[in-house]
Design a protein around this ligand. Structure first.
Ligand code: NAD
Length: 475
């Protein structure tokens, strides 16, 4: 665990070294924006600058895209500690060690230009080449749960595809977003002579998001966030790539390796204090191994709350919102340490404890709500079919992520078919599905509702075909 004072002193030192983020007047877009390093206060000015950067990038070879991406990777890896702690200091949610690790991992493993493939068809009537072309300027909306990490992954994939991007970050993560973008652009500008490949709105609002949605030079929208922004993007009238909310259920059946299941569930659910959209949010365990699974969780280091402690925590961590007074996670508890939740439950826990858990019924708000807190509800199920049915119901049709711990391939297959989720993990923690301990690549924008899945450079390209008739086929 990181010392709070250490974080503050590092952040203060970094901010004193970098100085204030440069201000600029609204409407100052286009080529005159070189030197702004992507920091804008006006959405339309940012789009003009990103458009000018796109016009320059399209004249360059793909090796220049690779150079720009390599710079983003280098900064994300070498400066992950400073920037990760800055994000922690600003957002005050999650865990410092994971803020740092997320940046490093995105720098290392986000897919780049190598992901773009050209297809060719050759035959009696000549050849056809199918290539991947950029859209142009992409408008991106990013969440508070991973402000700079989402921008980093998006920037790598979008620039690999030949695009530029304007980001409207979450207001509570705007400062680290701007600082990261400033560092990326400054170094890219120095290396390849193009500024503003990534632009950011320094004072983001719903109005600046709306201005991006409406700007005619925004060719594509990519939003990462909860239900409201997902709806807004889908109603924008533009093509949208929507990485929306989840409520990932876990099923544990009677054949599972319970100690491995406990270890994996803690690793995934406690990561960054449960802020990941793919993180384990509720667990359905078949009756015959329920008590043994609870014992395995305790052995693995999680602390179990009893019914009255769960009720005390729930009364503070879940609130009623909206006209219909529906349950929602209380902002004061989202992404907070297990010790903060434990204090609310009236329990003191060892400093090493990363996750609280306890038995609830299926209707409990910690089951129904995407809580993003390190308390995990466990629900008894009669058998695996019942567990899968509950998992299906409480995933709420997001088709985002689901997890099973089992050695029975039939149960795995049954659940995978039933859930129909973008990510389905067997016998591992959630993040293994993003290549962290499993195979594959990483992105923090997982587009479920619009179907692109874990986004890559391919996601941010258009297909173009070029045909030569009756010639150049040589066999
Ligand atoms: P949020 O929905 O509160 O905010 C996300 C972004 O959308 C912010 O920049 C916010 O300012 C903006 N926004 C919200 N309403 C808007 C509207 N009507 N118009 C335009 N912009 C709007 O979410 P958050 O708390 O920042 O992040 C957590 C949520 O994001 C969770 O639901 C999580 O599951 C989801 N998420 C999904 C993925 C994924 O890849 N699918 C990744 C990370 C987070």
């Amino acid at each position: 665990m990181y010392d709070e004072n250490l974080i503050r002193s590092i952040v203060a030192q970094v901010l004193s070294e970098v100085g204030p983020i440069p201000l600029g007047s609204a409407g100052n877009g286009g080529s005159s924006s070189a030197g702004r390093h992507g920091i804008f206060y006006d959405a339309n000015a940012a789009v003009s600058a990103a458009r000018a950067a796109f016009e320059q990038l399209r004249e360059r070879p793909i090796s220049d895209r690779r150079k720009a991406i390599d710079i983003i990777r280098k900064i994300s890896i070498e400066q992950c500690e400073e920037l990760g702690l800055m994000e922690m200091e600003e957002t005050k949610i999650g865990r410092p060690e994971h803020k740092i690790e997320k940046l490093r991992t995105l720098g290392e493993r986000s897919p780049g230009v190598e992901f773009l493939e050209t297809k060719a068809f050759s035959g009696d009537h000549g050849i056809a080449l199918i290539e991947r072309a950029p859209f142009g300027v992409i408008g991106a909306i990013t969440p508070v749960t991973h402000s700079l990490p989402t921008i980093t992954g998006n920037a790598v994939s979008m620039i690999a595809g030949g695009n530029t991007v304007v980001v409207n970050p979450h207001p509570s993560g705007k400062r680290v977003a701007a600082e990261g973008v400033r560092r990326f652009n400054e170094a890219i500008h120095r290396e390849i002579g193009i500024d503003n490949l990534i632009c950011v709105i320094a004072e983001p609002t719903l109005e600046s998001a709306e201005a991006l949605f409406k700007n005619r030079d925004i060719a594509l929208i990519c939003v990462t966030g909860g239900p409201a922004v997902a709806r807004a993007a889908l109603n924008s009238g533009k093509r949208a790539i929507v990485a929306g909310p989840g409520n990932p259920p876990v099923v544990v059946d009677e054949t599972a390796d319970l100690d491995n299941a406990a270890k994996c569930i803690i690793q995934g659910a406690a990561y960054d204090n449960n802020l990941l959209c793919i993180a384990e949010k509720e667990v359905f365990v078949v009756e015959s191994v329920f008590d043994a699974m609870m014992a395995a969780m305790r052995r693995a280091g999680a602390v179990q709350l009893n019914a009255s402690q769960i009720a005390a925590l729930t009364s503070k961590a879940i609130v009623k919102v909206g006209d219909d007074k529906h349950d929602a996670a209380c902002k004061d508890f989202i992404g907070r340490d297990a010790s903060v939740l434990a204090a609310a439950a009236g329990v003191s826990i060892p400093a090493t404890c990363e996750l609280l858990f306890g038995e609830t019924d299926e209707h409990h708000p910690f089951v129904t709500v995407e809580q993003m807190m390190p308390f995990l509800p466990f629900v008894r199920a009669r058998d695996v079919d019942h567990a899968i049915a509950l998992a299906k119901h409480y995933e709420h049709g997001f088709r985002h992520t689901a997890i099973i711990h089992s050695r029975d391939v039939r149960n795995m297959t049954k659940m995978a078919r039933e859930m129909d989720t973008t990510l389905f993990v067997k016998n591992g923690p959630c993040m293994a599905s993003l290549g962290l301990g499993g195979e594959g690549y990483i992105s923090f924008s997982i587009a479920g509702p619009t179907g692109e899945g874990v986004t890559t450079p391919y996601t941010f390209t258009r297909e173009r075909r070029c045909s030569l008739i009756d010639d150049l086929n040589i066999v």
